[in-house]
Design a protein around this ligand. Structure first.
Ligand code: FAD
Length: 366
């Protein structure tokens, strides 16, 4: 009965999506109960302080957006620094700038003008109308050298499959920049929160009650405590996999604290050789221009996903998407239960899109 309920919202998952809901709800004087199975708030955006460095525990997170309204909204939560993501790629012990731009082309071929670079790329492009797999698609888009040195090994490690066995749609386009610009993102707004991401979550959940180390699936009676539930866990798990398992790709991180000032001189270095098992090394201090005496690095290994491992990336094949649609069709019939976020909607979204979606859902259901 409504009058016995203590909370307006039960928020399953203390990640970015529900943080924004909690923030908006608190502004409207509403009360939230948050249930999180991990031992901390922040979801995959969580940082841990190691040697005074904010370590991105679940993979590097760089905030970037084209949406001015979302950027301004984020400024109301925290102050951002002027970090610009300019990753490097290591292949065969040689460094290349990313994204593919005039610096990369100079490193590959010593070309100095856009016309010279374009001529080489055109001469290497595969002329095929309908690429049958990812390899053909990439060769069609960027030609042999860029594909073989900077795309093939990285992509095969990411997906755990030979590029010839991967569908072409995985790579829709590969941006080539004919200017000397190493800024990875095209977005006008970009940065890292000063002091890391955790203060955002502390602010958003400040007036919520939080139950950590609590899995909603085994404590679903908690739903009775609120009028509305927003569930950001795995949709197939909620329905006890009744139509079958959705597939994910997982990651494994190997973290090292090094007693040196700097390991690689940059936040992100990708490793594009297939023989090196990790895809990238993150040196966390560079997100915040750190001057600490020590440094912390994380080697990122792509991993297959099985139940119990972290489901990082949905694998949106036609088969999985139609399985998701089956779950979605029963989810739509639920009253006052909303599936949201990356796992609830089985969709990869950058943080800006996650914030946007949370604001829109709150407007709709409030
Ligand atoms: P999550 O952060 O996953 O939060 C969901 C929470 O729900 C988790 O804390 C989980 O423990 C909890 N939960 C799940 N099931 C249950 C349950 N049954 N009971 C209780 N709790 C439960 N975006 C960018 O904009 N820039 C980047 O650089 C970037 N880098 C990324 C790197 C990686 C490796 C990944 C995977 C994503 C990256 N993203 C990035 C995307 C970003 O992480 C997401 O937009 C954002 O984290 C989504 O928030 P969420 O709340 O939907 O999900």
């Amino acid at each position: 009965m409504k009058y016995l309920k203590k909370y307006d919202y039960l928020l399953v998952g203390a990640g970015l999506f529900n943080a924004i809901i909690a923030y908006l709800a608190a502004k409207d004087g509403k009360k939230c109960l948050v249930v999180e199975k991990r031992n901390h708030i922040g979801g995959n955006v969580y940082c841990e302080d190691i040697e005074g460095i904010n370590v991105h525990k679940y993979g590097a997170h760089i905030f970037h957006t084209k949406n001015k309204r979302i950027w301004q909204f984020m400024q109301s939560l925290t102050e951002f620094n002027h970090y610009i993501n300019s990753p490097l790629a290591m292949y065969n012990n040689q460094l290349y700038n990313m994204p593919f731009n005039m610096n990369t082309f100079y490193q590959l071929w010593k070309t100095k003008t856009p016309a010279e670079a374009i001529a080489i790329i055109e001469s290497q492009r595969l002329t095929v109308d309908n690429p049958r797999n990812l390899e053909e698609q990439a060769l069609k888009l960027v030609g042999k050298d860029i594909y073989e040195k900077l795309i093939k090994g990285y992509t095969e490690k990411q997906w755990g499959k030979n590029a010839k066995e991967l569908p072409p749609f995985i790579i829709k386009r590969i941006p080539l920049r004919f200017s000397y610009n190493n800024n990875y993102f095209d977005d006008p707004y970009q940065g890292i929160p000063i002091g890391g991401y955790n203060p955002i979550f502390r602010k958003c959940f400040a007036s919520s009650d939080i139950l950590l180390n609590t899995d909603f699936v085994t404590n679903s009676y908690l739903r009775e405590k609120a009028d509305k539930t927003i569930y950001t866990g795995m949709i197939d798990e909620y329905y006890d996999y009744c139509f079958g398992n959705l597939e994910y790709r997982s990651l494994r991180f190997e973290e090292e604290v090094l007693n040196i000032h700097s390991y690689q001189g940059n936040a992100v270095v990708n490793y594009t050789d297939s023989q090196i098992p990790y895809t990238r090394i993150i040196e966390h201090k560079y997100f915040e221009f750190g001057e600490q005496q020590k440094t912390v690095i994380s080697k990122e290994y792509p991993d297959s996903w099985t139940k119990g491992k972290e489901p990082y990336y949905p694998i949106n094949t036609t088969k999985n998407n139609s399985l998701y649609k089956q779950y979605e069709s029963i989810a739509h019939k639920e009253k006052n239960l909303f599936f949201a976020g990356r796992l609830g909607e089985y969709k990869y979204n950058d943080m800006d899109q996650t914030v946007f979606n949370a604001i829109e859902l709150y407007k709709k259901i409030n």
